[in-house]
Design a protein around this ligand. Sequence first.
Ligand SMILES: [Zn+2]
Length: 429
Amino acid sequence: MPRSQIPPQPRAVRVQTSRMHTAHPEVRRARVDVAALKRDALIEEVVGRYGVELRSAGRALVGRCPFHDDQGRANLYIYPDTDSYYCYRCNVGGDAIDFVERIEHVDFRGAVERLSGRWRNTTSAARMSQRHAALPRRGPHNDRAVRTNDPAASDRAGTADAGQAHDVAERACLAAAVELYENQLRAETRGREYIEARGLHWSTAARFRLGYAGAQELADFLRWRRLSLTAARRAGLLTADGREVLAGRIVVPEIRVGDVHWLIGRAIDPDMEPRYLGLRGKKPLLGWEAAGKAPAIVLVEGVFDVLVLHQWEIPALALVGTHARPDIMASLARFERVYVALDRDDAGAAATATLLLELGPRAVPVTLPAIPGVKDVADLALLPDGQRLFARALLEARQHPSGMSVAATGSKAPAPRPTRSVRRTANAA
Ligand SMILES: [Zn+2]
């Protein structure tokens, strides 16, 4: 029967006496056998499905209650022998159906649907995806690349340095985290103020989907989205006890072809250590998609350096530090010119020398203006004429390439072409 012909359903869907509901075709067809449902969907499996980790305690299983902020001693008890659960803090309990109703904010019918066929389908789908975890990242989450079967998509994704191997469940968690943090940045004054203090515009924050991990809400959010907390732990978003790894930080994602590859968080609190904290896994070059197909790029050290340059519409990539692994060097090989604009300090100078040697004539060192308080490109963003000063430094580098291997080429290096119109940038500044 087409959906449009389904008669309107009554609002009260819970039939207390029989726990049967006859309005929904699927449910009616199945003539809900609650006992059978419970046999199929064991309470401990159902609860575990929502990311609650259980350990045994006598005849019961114990875990953290998802209905309150369950710190310290866990309060949620699961009793497999009676197919029931009870939270001794919330004083709520019931069977598996009740648990699903409560955690998903659905009615009896919704919970039954979840626990019947659909539940098993999603469960087996999830298990399948776990089994395929080792396969390269082409999956439903990266569906643009799959659907179009676009060979350029893998090029855009930057295969050379992208060492992440997240499975489907991890990618879903990373994507959800970016979404949550983005919303928290909008909502929280502290995060917004920090972004502004670094000289970044709102349009830049939105373009690069910057976020703020402000409120220890990730675990709840993932539960609500029915995502696996275990996968979130694997991805490095949550600690073993469910706390947020990036809490209290501005979060900068590296997103390629819609796929979140990596996150790095910058502490807002000046006393917080370390100042930068990246998720586990190989750190990629940041800014890959925004750098696009530019023949020349500016290579910088820091997360904010690369954001500032993109704000100025200059194609750029960040090493996130000074070390360039061999696969990073391989990624850089596709550019005709790499303007190396690392920090004005000893580590920056040493890394610049190494990069010039390894990249050969395509590398051009950029000397940042010697202004007190200016150590990197991000510092320039705080000066009223910072953008102009950087443009001048870039021009000087291009006209007088002083690097030893560059000097041998003699010719002028191509300038990094603005990603959009220069006039627009000038107006925006
Ligand atoms: Zn509780």
